[in-house]
Design a protein around this ligand. Structure first.
Ligand code: OTU
Length: 648
């Protein structure tokens, strides 16, 4: 620890001891563990906060408050969570196990409320899940609240879903079933109904300083010159005028979502309190929403600034001190270089993998894998102590976040190609199988994204409504193909609940004024118990998808070579076939994945199998069939194989 950090710790510790004398005496072992963790993690906490706020007169006041919050939070931490802390610290790579399998849902769409989610734990277990992300269940404004991403209180649950006690009970019940709970930390913004925003609206300058507010358009105009419009259909630019206070408020997303001002240390301190509160409810992973936007600077895009990383690293150091089991998952759906910057043990141990997501869909549309293969070859590797969260789609839109240079190297014009992908996935392109919806089309830039369920994007909706059994079969195979990649490439797979039943787009949102303007709701259909009841019937779409996915998940979970993140992309000599090799020390073996992204047979030459699979005879784990590397392997339409050398 450097001298300055050591000096301030020496100053803080005795005062902390005095403030918590009784608690320390009542729990001497716990207090000793806390002070040990504080010593071990104080340097990064102090260093980041000093850089961010060292110039402020109240720096030490906030530093002491943050450390006191950590102490209070640790002392209040339930024994079961302290036990989890110890287990995770003893096995920091636990989340890289092939046994890990995630899923995501809205509590209300999936099961009505928190109690309903609890009642569906057997269903989650049947799928083999070990991780459940519940979309934000917090108190939020009535009407449009961006699917819960406008948070009115981080300490209250939306009454329709239950109470904070219900949430803590659900976390315990899930943990007892081997499933860790993930919740969002929506820390870039609050709802304009949050207590802080209400006080700001009432004219309180202390709380106006929690947000980014401007008396006129001078600065907003200057900021708007260099920032992107994230929700252009909400309003032009990034600011919203509030007549109550005659101020322009920074609103990156919807006008009712006010960006927090992290340049104010009081905001960091307050949000640190909310973070630790959630950790003590039993949340095991926090999904850090909208990470790229949390720091703003004039003349820049105000995305992915160095200070944003410092904020997250300071939060992470705090978690190591007071809730060490807690993981951070980065939600950066941006250029792959920017995505990578949030990933490290000191920042976010997990990150969505938007490149794999977007380029998987790209490969399905174009019937070739070059962009996917080449992009992943250069960009898949991350710190081996971290992990990708590999998903097929989320509750959001699909944005085409590939690198323009990667596309240009393959002779693609990035702008034209993105327009093609939007046309293809909204079904406008002739012959497209997809039935997605445009999201946030920006007439000024020509930019757009696509919303819809996996099944509808993969052709099931069109096949069921307009075509026939042959097309239904292809659509099912496309869904399974994308999930087979998420399940076998390095990282933690994430299932959007409902995809296992092939749920189609839900157009009911169009009749709900609070949702009609947001096509992402098409991709968030309610769970359908009637369809779920057919999940074991192999003559139904639901039965085919559910059974096949369940099998693939189980297969993944039993195969140690699928642990970890190491993935070597290979070129199997056929641009329609994705190939990669999985290895995981100390296991000396290797597993070769080949995936046909077309509706035609595709050959892979025998010598390619020998070269990449390092063997002459293989077993395909997916079908159980032997594969001899004497003749070319012909992959059926959308077929994927997981090959291990025989006798290995
Ligand atoms: C996130 O997504 C959430 O996933 C969305 O559901 C929210 O609406 C939004 O933040 C605001 O809380 O623009 O279209 O990474 O792509 O943060 C989705 C940049 C979004 C954005 C991402 C954002």
């Amino acid at each position: 620890m450097d001298r300055e950090a050591a000096r301030s710790l020496d100053r803080i510790l005795p005062r902390l001891g005095a403030d918590f004398t009784a608690e320390a005496a009542a729990d001497p072992a716990g207090w000793a563990a806390f002070t040990a963790r504080l010593r071990a993690n104080f340097a990064p906490l102090f260093g980041h906060l000093l850089t961010l706020y060292g110039g402020r007169y109240d720096f030490f006041y906030h530093l002491e408050r943050i450390v006191a919050l950590a102490a209070r939070s640790w002392l209040d931490r339930p024994p079961a969570l302290r036990a989890l802390d110890a287990a995770r610290e003893a096995d920091p790579a636990w989340f890289q196990s092939q046994r890990q399998m995630g899923a995501v849902c809205y509590a209300d769409r999936f099961a009505g409320d928190l109690a309903g989610v609890r009642a569906r734990i057997p269903y989650l277990r049947e799928l083999g899940l070990t991780y459940l992300h519940l979309m934000p269940p917090f108190l939020a404004p009535a009407g449009d609240n961006d699917g819960g991403y406008a948070v009115s209180s981080y300490r209250q649950i939306a009454p329709a879903l239950g109470t904070m006690a219900d949430l803590a009970d659900l976390a315990t019940a899930l943990r007892d079933a081997g499933i860790g709970l993930t919740l969002d930390f929506v820390f870039n913004h609050t709802a304009d109904e949050h207590e802080w925003a209400r006080r700001a609206l009432a004219g309180d300058p202390e709380y106006q300083d929690y947000y980014l507010m401007f008396p006129d358009r001078t600065l907003p105009d200057r900021y708007d010159r260099t920032t992107r419009e994230i929700f252009p259909s909400a309003r032009p630019g990034s600011f919203t005028y509030r007549p109550e206070i005659d101020r322009w408020v920074w609103t990156t997303f919807n006008s009712f979502q006010w960006d927090l001002n992290y340049a104010n240390p009081a905001v960091f301190t307050s949000m640190a309190g909310e973070l630790l509160f959630l950790a003590n409810q039993g949340v095991e992973t926090l999904r850090l929403d909208a990470v790229v936007f949390i720091w703003k600077r004039l003349g820049t895009s105000s995305e992915n600034l160095p200070e944003a990383h410092r904020i997250i690293r300071a939060f992470n150091a705090l978690a190591r001190i007071a809730a060490p089991a807690l993981l951070f998952k980065s939600e950066a759906i941006v250029h792959p270089d920017d995505v990578a910057e949030f990933i490290s043990p000191e920042e976010c141990q997990l990150s969505y993998n938007p490149l794999l997501m977007a380029l998987g869909w790209n490969a399905l549309a174009t019937r070739e894998v070059r962009l996917l293969r080449d992009s992943l070859r250069d960009r898949f590797a991350i710190d081996p102590r971290c992990a990708w969260v590999n998903y097929v789609r989320s509750h959001d839109d699909i944005g085409w976040t590939f690198d323009d240079g990667d596309a240009a190297r393959l002779g693609l014009d990035p702008f034209v190609h993105r327009r093609f992908l939007n046309d293809f996935y909204t079904g406008r392109f002739p012959g497209s199988f997809a039935r997605g919806l445009p999201f946030q089309e920006n007439p000024r830039t020509g930019d757009a994204r696509v919303a819809g369920t996996t099944a509808s994007l993969a052709g099931l909706e069109k096949a069921l409504r307009e075509e026939g059994p042959a097309e239904v079969e292809l659509a099912i195979r496309r869904v399974l193909l994308l999930y087979s990649v998420a399940l076998s490439i390095g990282g933690l797979p994430l299932l959007y609940l409902g995809d296992e039943l092939g749920l189609l787009n839900d157009y009911a949102y169009r009749d709900d004024p609070a949702r009609a303007a947001d096509s992402r709701w098409a991709g968030r259909p309610p769970f359908d118990p009637a369809r779920a009841a057919r999940r074991h019937d192999p003559t139904t779409v639901e039965g085919r998808l559910f059974t096949a996915l369940r099998r693939l998940i189980a297969l993944r979970q039993t195969h140690p070579l699928l642990a970890g993140v190491a993935t070597d992309l290979v070129d199997p000599g056929n641009d329609h076939v994705l190939g990669y090799v999985r290895r995981h020390a100390p296991d000396p073996g290797r597993l070769l994945v080949l995936a046909n992204f077309t509706e035609r047979d595709q050959p892979v030459a025998a010598n390619q199998l020998r070269l990449h699979g390092l063997g002459y005879a293989f077993t395909d784990l997916v079908s159980g069939d032997p594969v001899a590397a004497e003749a070319d392997l012909v992959l059926a339409p959308y077929q994927f194989v997981w090959l291990v050398p025989q006798g290995a």
